[in-house]
Design a protein around this ligand. Structure first.
Ligand code: SF4
Length: 247
């Protein structure tokens, strides 16, 4: 009899704690349906503006895109596109990059900035690809971020453009600026911004989301002088008006 009573008490307690857990789970998952709707409209409008959106980097293979994306760090895509044709002619294979002389490669990529660091990473990356991946670029986030000089941003660009795989959303300088202005994340660290975006951007749009914001950032929502009056997102943007001078 005593045992039955003890079990009853135990069951009551378990039920209560289950309820508590449910409430806690509900609390930790804020309702972001309004934000999801707003992002959907933003994407719809941007798709109309930039129907051909894609990376501006020129490449012919996943490996060339990987190298071009590494070179594009702290540099413009335009500048990278100027040097890559000659670079890929001089080093046509992964093996050629793996065997490159550091000083020579530094000179070849000097105009993209941070050339010593980039050359060191590119040679180490090519060597690792040869040694561990049979000279092929892996097509998963887990493997890509193990390569020297490759963080999530670079991996996301390669995955989305070269492999059409959506494992995340690349957060670069344009995305950071636009996300902040559009009020889509309060964070400043790329990984946290990416997490916020992955919670509200439909997965079917992950492949292009970076490119849409980059196109809009280059054409309209520029860093110094955003052209808010011409912006298709003005009705959806909490920053509209902040940058307009009232004379
Ligand atoms: S309204 Fe202005 S700040 Fe907002 S996205 Fe457009 S250009 Fe950028």
């Amino acid at each position: 009899m005593k045992k039955i009573e003890e079990n009853k008490i135990k069951n009551k307690r378990t039920g209560a704690s289950r309820k508590r857990i449910k409430v806690e789970v509900q609390k930790s998952e804020p309702d972001n349906s309004q934000e999801r709707e707003r992002v959907k409209k933003i994407i719809e409008l941007l798709r109309k503006e930039y129907p051909e959106t894609r990376t501006a980097l020129h490449y012919r293979s996943p490996f060339e895109l990987l190298i071009a994306t590494i070179l594009a760090a702290q540099c413009t895509d335009e500048r990278v596109n100027k040097i890559t044709p000659a670079l890929f002619q001089k080093y046509p294979t992964v093996k050629d990059f793996a065997e490159a002389q550091p000083k020579e490669l530094e000179n070849d990529i000097r105009s993209t900035g941070f050339f010593r660091h980039k050359a060191r990473n590119i040679i180490a990356l090519a060597q690792k690809l040869l040694k561990e991946y049979g000279g092929q670029v892996p097509d998963s986030m887990d493997e890509l971020v193990k390569l020297p000089g490759v963080a999530r941003k670079t991996a996301n660009i390669v995955l989305s453009s070269a492999f059409k795989k959506a494992e995340g959303i690349a957060v670069d300088t344009h995305v950071r600026r636009l996300v902040e202005r559009l009020g889509l994340s309060k964070h400043t660290q790329p990984e946290k911004i990416e997490n916020d975006l992955m919670a509200i951007v439909p997965k079917s749009d992950w492949l292009d989301f970076n490119y849409l914001l980059v196109d809009h950032g280059r054409k309209i929502c520029q860093a110094r002088k955003p052209r808010c009056l011409e912006c298709v997102l003005k009705d959806l943007c909490p920053s509209f008006g902040k940058f307009i001078k009232i004379t």
